[in-house]
Write a protein that binds this ligand. Sequence first.
Ligand SMILES: [Ca+2]
Ligand SMILES: [Ca+2]
Length: 316
Amino acid sequence: MSSMGALNLRTALRRQRGIAVIMAILIAALAASVASFMMWQQQVWARQVENLTSLAQANAVSQAALEWTRMILAEDLKSGDIDHPGEVWATVVPALPVEGGRIALALTDQQGLFNLNNLVRNDKPSEVDIAAFQRLLVSLELKPDLANAVVDWIDLDSEVTSSGGAEDLDYLGMQPPYRAANQPLLDGNGLIRVKGFDAEAVARLQPFVTALPTPTPLNVNTASPQVLAAVFEGLTVDTAKSLVVTGGKYYKDKAEFRDRLPTRGAAASDQTFGLGSQYFLATGLMSFGRVQIINRALLARVGNKTRVIWQKHGDS
Ligand SMILES: [Ca+2]
Ligand SMILES: [Ca+2]
């Protein structure tokens, strides 16, 4: 075996061992959450509350799983600040059986998506980001003017940006009337309240956008061809496909990525992209009895701590 082959094998074995260890920790955490739940269950009159019981059980397991994802992200920092799909955090836990039900878990890097809150930086419309969002809209066959409506929705002032912008006067004239948020979006689904967006447009954008509390660089190690083509001017979705990280490879420095761009435009500035991420979405699908719920949490990794920015609970 070549030394390169041996190295790859060693890396693969190390990763497999890593996964085995984190799975053991997850299983122990989930077992503990179920055990404490069982004690509580003894006080509950059984049958008519069966669904509520399942729901409570699902939520207990969900909390344990969330703690586990926070630990994984903290652990990941030990191998440096690069984040790519070959790392342990990116492992999807498909359907793990726990007492009385099962759970599926996934962590996704949110900086591989287009951050809608990049459109306004330091309370000023960011032309570079607006142009990038317009390219994304066009590639999805949506109107590029929608970008200005999002800028107005986020920016503090009430001056309408032409063309396609909308502020209080536009929203107060709607049925029922409401006002422009004039603050960063909380998540991509918030677009539904922005003028010009309907459920279909939001659904089309959903796989490619996110809304993070601060402007963020794009992680080129996790970005899709659509988002790469939007952010880097002169890149088509087709050319971008060849830049997407696959098969355990990833970009180790910015120059390596820059060298592969067809043009070295201003869009490839340092604030535009990076190789790692601070924000991750944890998604857990729990099935207990007749109850099936999806819980989502946006996590921010700051220093070696992982904070929960928001949590949403919902029926699947
Ligand atoms: Ca990492
Ligand atoms: Ca505004």
